[in-house]
Design a protein around this ligand. Structure first.
Ligand SMILES: *Cc1c(COP(=O)(O)O)cnc(C)c1O
Length: 400
């Protein structure tokens, strides 16, 4: 029986202070206590249901966190001001100086830069591996390794991590297995497949309206308490706190996520099949030609499809730029980074979102400079979109 994340969200019921169908927004940075003793207990982390200060937690952030925890099937969750705010706090909480991380080499550019350039100053080292090769993953583990890190579907190459197999390796070596599920919310439930911690950039599909950045860490109550600890919690002390107004807004958008993901997946599947038939080098996990297709199919929850991201390789950066500019001119989408918007977004990752990764590394991982990443929008008539895209491709000479 697969996990039913959208049903879990649906089953949550919130009421506002005056019986509103949306929870009231907590518009306060600080909270009063009826007794001084309760204030002390709250500082000690022992006053369930009491609020201290909004960097620690706030009712609006807890509502959103609960909904995301329900979606991922974890005990609880902590929302953050951005995906990077969630990811960096999570990793800094799990690692001490001298520890080691094994990470997929195809991760979000910011995550890669953090692991490669930022945390070595705390003497935390990372080995980057081909996450689709379990022998290589296991061989990279040392006596100091604390964390195994990957994205369920990687950015931008759309490699699919076999979460069940990786979870077994992590268990065997007593590592915390952290999975970034930004590219496949609802479709894949990493916790159900054995991950210990699930992180997201809410900026992408989950919020879906490209009006804010946001992030979340989903995990056990103990781990989330640790992140929020006033003494040594990375979220509490580094302070990447989401604003309450924004948390309320993201929660409202979360309620339509299942409908949006189905449409993103349907449209992306249609275009991927057409592009492949046209002879374009197309990467989409829903295609049988994708090396991770069977793994994705085995892991996925029914109903939500293979996601909204696909890539094509048009041979050179010049051609990629020419095509993207023309598609934008024809109003087929925006030449922009990010993903999960109602409108199609396209970018050339080698020169944008993955530019933190050195060129020789990019080549090694198969990231060529003619690659275009598409986040397919919610277009009502995808056949019409396809015809218009095809005529752009013909105009720039990528297709006959
Ligand atoms: C965008 C993204 C992030 C970073 O999230 P922000 O909200 O931009 O901080 C992390 N991981 C993945 C896979 C992403 O796409």
């Amino acid at each position: 029986m697969k996990y039913k994340p959208a049903d879990k969200i649906q089953d949550l019921q919130y009421f506002g202070e005056y019986g509103g169908v949306n929870p009231s927004i907590s518009d306060s940075s600080t909270y009063t206590f009826l007794s001084a003793k309760t204030m002390f207990d709250t500082f000690e982390g022992n006053a369930e249901g009491c609020y201290l200060y909004s960097r620690h937690s706030s009712p609006s952030n807890l509502y959103l966190g609960e909904a995301l925890a329900a979606m991922e099937g974890t005990e609880t969750a902590n929302v953050a001001a951005s995906g990077m705010g969630a990811i960096t706090s999570t990793l800094l909480q799990l690692c001490q100086a001298g520890d080691h991380i094994v990470s997929s080499r195809t991760v979000y550019g910011g995550t890669y830069a953090f692991l490669k350039n930022f945390i070595p100053k705390f003497n935390i080292q990372t080995s980057f591996v081909d996450i689709t090769n379990p022998e290589q993953v296991e061989a990279a583990i040392t006596k100091d390794t604390k964390v195994l890190y990957c994205e369920s579907v990687s950015n931008p190459l759309l490699e699919v991590a076999n979460i069940e197999v990786l979870a077994k390796i992590a268990k065997k070596h007593k590592l915390s297995f952290v999975v970034d599920n930004t590219f496949s919310p609802l479709s894949i439930s990493p916790k159900e497949l054995g991950a210990d911690v699930v992180v997201h950039s809410l900026t992408k599909f989950i919020n879906g309206s490209s009006d804010t950045v946001g992030g979340v860490t989903c995990g056990t109550q103990d781990f989330i308490n640790a992140l929020r600890s006033v003494n040594d919690g990375a979220n509490m002390l580094l302070g990447p706190t989401m604003d309450s107004m924004r948390a309320a807004s993201v929660l409202k958008n979360l309620r339509t996520l299942h409908i949006r993901i189905k449409q993103h997946s349907k449209n992306a599947m249609f275009l991927a099949e057409k592009f492949q038939e046209d002879g374009l080098r197309t990467v989409y996990p829903g295609l049988k030609s994708h090396p991770g297709h069977e793994t994705f199919k085995k892991m996925m929850n029914p109903d939500y499809g293979f996601g909204g991201l696909l890539t094509i390789d048009v041979g050179s950066l010049e051609k990629a730029n020419e095509l993207m500019e023309l598609m934008q001119e024809k109003n087929l989408g925006y030449l922009a980074v990010s993903l999960g918007f109602y409108k199609t977004l396209f970018s050339a990752p080698g020169s944008s979102t993955s530019s933190e990764i050195p060129i020789d590394e990019q080549e090694k991982m198969g990231l060529s400079n003619g690659l275009i990443r598409f986040s397919i929008g919610l277009d009502n008539d995808i056949e019409r979109t396809y015809k218009m895209m095809k005529s752009c491709m013909q105009e720039v000479g990528i297709l006959k």
